[in-house]
Design a protein around this ligand. Structure first.
Ligand code: NDP
Length: 292
């Protein structure tokens, strides 16, 4: 048996199209252009690529993109001043501070300074709290994208056993909250979990967000389960090159699971598409004068 491949790239392209249509309708209705400000501090290579891609996709969706590239020596006070300026700027509806920040800057303090209504990454405690209490806020992009792929694959998720491996604030915890919100029975596994293979074997839905190449083996997976691989790991390949692999042993999973996301081409493209969707949501909410 071979699992169905969940084509995140195609789904994300459809979502970006729908966002672009929404942006056009919003402009026609309000005369406003949704704007996303992305702040990058320092020279981190991966972050530079993410920021460039985000800017390109934002413009392609018909929105305004504001890039702020600051030197690695930027002080926390300078960064907070920029966040305050963006909070007050009516042309900016979404603010994203690219993580990780240099060590001398307190990440939590910066995230807390972002207006929750413009927090398109969904990392502000107000948005985390709204998600945890079933309120309506801005939801972190990667787990939101995973949920969309799961609902597209499985339809109603109610009653399904879901195991989320990883408990970070940006993926694992919000993912678990979203699945709970869809009435799954949710287990959150982490580095201290005993018998991780046994826990994963119970799952109808496995979301792996660990950062360990091909850790989840085929014999951990319940036959027919849906596997969402969030991991992005660069590993050595032939000829001195490198390649990307997920947290799941893909070929093994394909022989057992019902459906699997590939890496690359699964969850990755959904993250930027959801960022655009969140920016449009934020613009709509700000224009309507409601909190969310
Ligand atoms: P973190 O490092 O913040 O969290 C990793 C989690 O995995 C932790 O909760 C940790 O447990 C757990 N973990 C580590 N080792 C094990 C183990 N041996 N067994 C079980 N659990 C373990 O990572 P992120 O959540 O930020 O990211 C996870 C992965 O997802 C990374 O590969 C990252 O690159 C990728 N990612 C992909 C995105 C995309 O767009 N596709 C976006 C964001 C992330 P503990 O808490 O106990 O330490």
């Amino acid at each position: 048996m071979s699992a169905r491949l969940i084509d995140g790239k195609a789904f994300a392209a459809g979502l970006r199209r729908r966002v672009a249509e929404g942006v056009a309708a919003f402009k026609a209705e309000t005369g406003l252009t949704p704007g996303l400000a992305v702040v990058l501090v320092g020279e981190d290579q991966a972050s530079q690529i993410y920021v460039r891609n985000k800017g390109r996709e934002t413009v392609a969706a018909g929105m305004a993109s504001f890039e702020h590239r600051l030197s690695a020596g930027t002080t926390q006070a300078e960064l907070l001043a920029l966040v305050a300026q963006l909070n007050a700027d009516p042309a900016v509806h979404g603010i994203l501070v690219q993580l990780p920040l240099p060590r001398h800057i307190d990440e939590a303090a910066v995230l807390a300074a972002i207006d929750p209504r413009k927090d398109v990454d969904g990392f502000h405690v107000t948005n985390a709290g709204l998600l945890a209490t079933g309120g309506k806020g801005l939801v972190p992009c990667t787990p939101l994208g995973c949920l969309m792929l799961l609902e597209d694959t499985l339809g109603d998720l109610s009653g399904l056993e879901a195991v989320v491996i990883g408990r970070s604030n940006i993926v694992g915890k919000p993912m678990a909250q979203l699945l709970l919100g869809k009435s799954c029975t949710v287990t959150i596994a982490h580095s201290r979990t005993r018998d991780l293979p046994g826990v994963v074997r119970r799952a109808d839905i496995v979301v792996a967000a660990v950062g360990r190449p091909e850790m989840v083996r085929g014999d951990w997976i319940k036959p027919g389960a849906t596997v969402i691989d969030v991991g992005i790991n660069r590993v050595p390949a032939e000829g001195g090159k490198t390649r990307l692999v997920g947290d799941v042993a893909f070929d093994e999973a394909m022989r057992v699971a019902g459906a699997v996301t590939p890496v690359p081409g699964g969850v990755g493209p959904m993250t930027i598409a959801c960022l655009l969707a969140n920016t449009l949501s934020a613009a709509r909410a700000l224009a309507g004068g409601t909190i969310f």
